[in-house]
Ligand binder design. Structure first.
Ligand code: PLP
Length: 352
C-alpha cells in the first residue's frame, strides 16, 4: 500500500537527501513556516526575530500565528546580522527565523550561539536555499526546524509546495498536527501519535509528491551547474575589480552578488550590465510589506500587536542599514537551468 503513497515516499527521499530525521511535505513554504511556528509553540504575546530583507511570508507567518515579527538588519553577507539580532532581543523574544536569501547561507554559527544563550528556537527559512550547505550541513537542517518552498521560483518546484525538516521528534509530531487538521487524515498519523492540537489543512497532493520525487532526483545536477557557474562568475567579477558581497560559507554560496560603495555605482552597474539591483527587487524588503506596515489583519480583534502588549513602533522596526546595503547591491540572476556556455557569455557581458 505504501508504494502508492507518493508524498510519503517523497518525504523519505528528502530525509535521505538532507539527512534530516523527519520531513513533512506541505502545500507551500508559507504553510511550512506557520506549521514550524506552531510546532515551536509560538503564539500571542511572543516576539519572533526576522530579517528586514526576505519574502513577506517570513514575517507574515509570524503574525498569522498571533505573534509579532521584530525586524533585524542584514549585514554585508545580505543575510540576518547576528549583532543586530542580539540588540533586538527582549524578554518576549521566543524564536529567530534566519533566512538563507538567494542561496546564501546565514551565519548559523553566531545565530545558534545567540539562540542557545537566550532560549530562542531557531526556525530556518531555507525556501531560497534548497540543497545549499553551510559548513557541510544542509540549510534547513541546522536549527531546531527548517522550511523549504517548492514554488515556481525555487531550486526545485512542483508549482506550489513546501516542506518542514526537523531532527526533534516532538516538533515533528506537533508539525504533523499543524499540517493535517490535528486529526491525521494522512495514514502516517495512524497507529501512534495522538492529535495534539487543531491544525489547518496544509497537505499536498499525491500528484505533487510524484513531481517532487523527480525534481529531487535532478537537484544535484542543477546545484552542481549553479555552483560551477557562480564560482566562474565570481572569479571573473573579482578579477575585474567588482566588489563581491561577503559570503558566510565561501564554498557553498550559490549566488553572485556585489555591493558597491555608493548607490550610484550600483545603479550604474545594474543599468550597464543588465543585472538587477536588490533594492529594485519588489516585495522582498520590509518597506514594501504594506499589510504588515498598516497592521491590517483579517479582523480588527485579531491584533497580535495588542497581544504582545506593545504598540507597533515604526522606529524600533526601522532598518536603515538594510536599505542602504540593498541600495548598493546587485545580484546576477543565476537560474539553475543556465548552461555553462551561456554563463560564460553572461560573464563576458558583465565585465565588457
Ligand atoms: C518563497 C519564499 C517563501 C514562501 O514560500 P511559498 O511557497 O511561496 O509560500 C518564504 N520565504 C522565502 C524567503 C521565500 O523566498
Amino acid at each position: 500500500e505504501d508504494s502508492l503513497q507518493m508524498c510519503s515516499q517523497f518525504e523519505a527521499d528528502l530525509a535521505r537527501f538532507t539527512k534530516a530525521k523527519h520531513t513533512i511535505a506541505v502545500s507551500s513554504g508559507t504553510a511550512g513556516l506557520i506549521c514550524a511556528l506552531q510546532a515551536c509553540n509560538i503564539g500571542p504575546g511572543d516576539e519572533v526575530l526576522v530579517p528586514a530583507y526576505t519574502w513577506v511570508a517570513t514575517a507574515g507567518a509570524v503574525l498569522l500565528v498571533g505573534a509579532v515579527p521584530v525586524l533585524v538588519e542584514i549585514d554585508e553577507s545580505l543575510t540576518i546580522d547576528p549583532i543586530d539580532l542580539e540588540a533586538k532581543l527582549t524578554p518576549r523574544s521566543r524564536a529567530v527565523i534566519p533566512v538563507h536569501m538567494i542561496n546564501r547561507p546565514c551565519n548559523m554559527e553566531a545565530i545558534l550561539r545567540i539562540a542557545h544563550n537566550n532560549g530562542l528556537r531557531v526556525i530556518e527559512d531555507a525556501s531560497q536555499a534548497i540543497g545549499v550547505r553551510y559548513k557541510n550541513a544542509f540549510c534547513g537542517t541546522i536549527g531546531d526546524i527548517g522550511v523549504f518552498s517548492f514554488n515556481q521560483y525555487k531550486n526545485m518546484t512542483c508549482g506550489e509546495g513546501g516542506a518542514i525538516l526537523t531532527g526533534d521528534p516532538e516538533l515533528h509530531d506537533r508539525a504533523l498536527s499543524a499540517h493535517d487538521m490535528g486529526i491525521g487524515y494522512r495514514t502516517h498519523r495512524e497507529g501512534g501519535n495522538l492529535p495534539l492540537f487543531l491544525g489547518n489543512n496544509y497537505r499536498i497532493s499525491e500528484i505533487q509528491g510524484a513531481i517532487l520525487r523527480v525534481q529531487l532526483a535532478k537537484l544535484d545536477g542543477r546545484l552542481n551547474r549553479m555552483k560551477r557557474n557562480s564560482a566562474m562568475l565570481e572569479e571573473v567579477l573579482k578579477t575585474a575589480g567588482v566588489p563581491l558581497a561577503r559570503r558566510n560559507d565561501p564554498d557553498e554560496t550559490l549566488s553572485v552578488a556585489c555591493t558597491f560603495s555608493t548607490e550610484d555605482d550600483a545603479i550604474d552597474f545594474a543599468e550597464k550590465r543588465g543585472v538587477r539591483r536588490l533594492f529594485d527587487n519588489s516585495k522582498h524588503i520590509y518597506t514594501r510589506w504594506s499589510p504588515i506596515l498598516a497592521q491590517r489583519m483579517h479582523h480588527v480583534a485579531f491584533d497580535p500587536w495588542s497581544w504582545a502588549g506593545i504598540p507597533f513602533d515604526q522606529q524600533r522596526n526601522d532598518c536603515p542599514r538594510t536599505l542602504d546595503l540593498l541600495r548598493r547591491s546587485c545580484a546576477v540572476n543565476l537560474v539553475a537551468s543556465l548552461p555553462y556556455p551561456a554563463a560564460k557569455m553572461l560573464a563576458r557581458r558583465l565585465v565588457a
